[in-house]
Design a protein around this ligand. Sequence first.
Ligand SMILES: Nc1ncnc2c1ncn2[C@@H]1O[C@H](COP(=O)(O)OP(=O)(O)OP(=O)(O)O)[C@@H](O)[C@H]1O
Length: 407
Amino acid sequence: MPSVEKIIEDEISSPSVFKEKHKLYPEYTPSSLPHREKQLKQLAQLFKSFFSSPGEEMQRVMLVGSFGTGKTVTSKLFGASASSLASRNGIRLKYVHVNCYKSRTLPQIIYNISLDLGITLPQRGLSAQELMRGLIEELERRNTYAIVALDEFDYFALMSSGLNSIYVLVRAYDEYVNKKKRLHFIFISRSISTLENIDPSSSTYFLKNIVEFSPYTYSELYDILKERADEALYPGVISDDELKYISMIEGYDKGGSGSARTALEILVRAGESADSEKRSSITLDDIRKAHVIVKPELAMLQDQVSALDRHELVLYLSVIKALKGSGSGFVRIGDVEKIYRVLCEAYNLQPRRHTQVYTHILELRSMGFIQTKSSGKGFRGKSTLIGISAAPLYVLESKVEELLKRE
Ligand SMILES: Nc1ncnc2c1ncn2[C@@H]1O[C@H](COP(=O)(O)OP(=O)(O)OP(=O)(O)O)[C@@H](O)[C@H]1O
């Protein structure tokens, strides 16, 4: 065995498909946000009066959308741009982002807001109201405004202490009617329903200013992935078809979750898979492997293969072999049927007719073993296309063959 140092050195110095891997991480804030222009415009609209007459009213806005739909990154980019725009207009505005998973109580939240603004408040001995008063007075003294984003706000609201605390946040200026309103809030939440318990005297303030983030569609995810991949990977590492494949398995309109977070994570894992085998490009099987890592429920699906009957197994194997042979993400049902007939002979089965095969295909799809889509343009005649993202094909192939042999 080579020395430990040599092993580590070889690994570290081996080439990588990543040019700037960190640009694919969730913490990285990209400079542009495809398909979030509408939300940025809505935010700007809601803060418009701040720029025309700062301090006149307190802004309270709610960003709502499911996992990975860009709420955090949109809020951060908005905050950064609003601050520099304000500074060009001679207004001192700072953006602060607080995660309510990390700061779980109101005093912690106020303390961390102050810390980010460079304001030192006593860490102990003061109530939330007293801390809030200290923060407001210090902002006044410094002639500074702040937009505070409270991320994972639904988590905070769900906790019993959250309900009263929300009042303190949302109505912070109730006792300072004549003071300039220097604190503004962006609340970020996955759903509205978790906020239903909040007292209407607080919730009306932000529930009327909602910016919605819908799950990303196939083509939206493709645009996002393309931009991020161009920044983070070396040219030629991933093809357009492979980026479309990731967008297909995650796109909301194709039955996926519509999360850019998951799509980007699949891209990172697929790149790591290529790196681990010292290849200079990403393959479809790297993506399938990555998909299973990112979505562990797919690994369970692999186990459930053993519940399929013999006919379904042969049909599934035909799809696997057709995909392997084609090297693409999807194959036509007709090509699967050709292989299916040959395999039926090999496994001593009477092949089923086209309509029955089609029914089996739909069953396999509803069980999550395969994905289907219509061929659309670019193919002669309309046909059903079939793909598998549940696992790398070679893993599935040997599993299904083993099950067929056992039977
Ligand atoms: N339109 C977009 N363009 C480029 N990257 C995006 C876009 N939307 C989301 N992303 C990226 O997807 C990842 C997840 O985004 P973000 O954290 O903003 O989602 P979120 O809605 O706040 O999700 P969660 O509720 O899980 O926190 C980040 O890496 C972010 O940069």
